[in-house]
Design a protein around this ligand. Structure first.
Ligand code: SF4
Length: 64
């Protein structure tokens, strides 16, 4: 499973980072989150899916 971020939607509230810090990353000066893994490891899939669901801007998309 892969996750894509829509940079036009992401506002950097970092909800996703809070839910899945091994999958998403946001530095202090970043406004747009980065997906730090190419393929989401199986052990983080549940958290990553939760992050996609909870993103307030609907900026994340799952690519199976
Ligand atoms: S939760 Fe959504 S809007 Fe917030 S940083 Fe993550 S992708 Fe961006």
């Amino acid at each position: 499973m892969r996750i894509a971020v829509d940079p036009n939607r992401c506002e950097g509230q970092a909800v996703c980072v809070g839910l899945a810090p091994k999958v998403f990353e946001l530095n202090d000066d970043d406004e747009i989150v980065r997906v730090i893994v190419d393929e989401v490891p199986e052990e983080f899939e549940k958290r990553a899916r939760k992050a996609v669901e909870k993103c307030p801007m609907a900026a994340l998309t799952i690519e199976e």
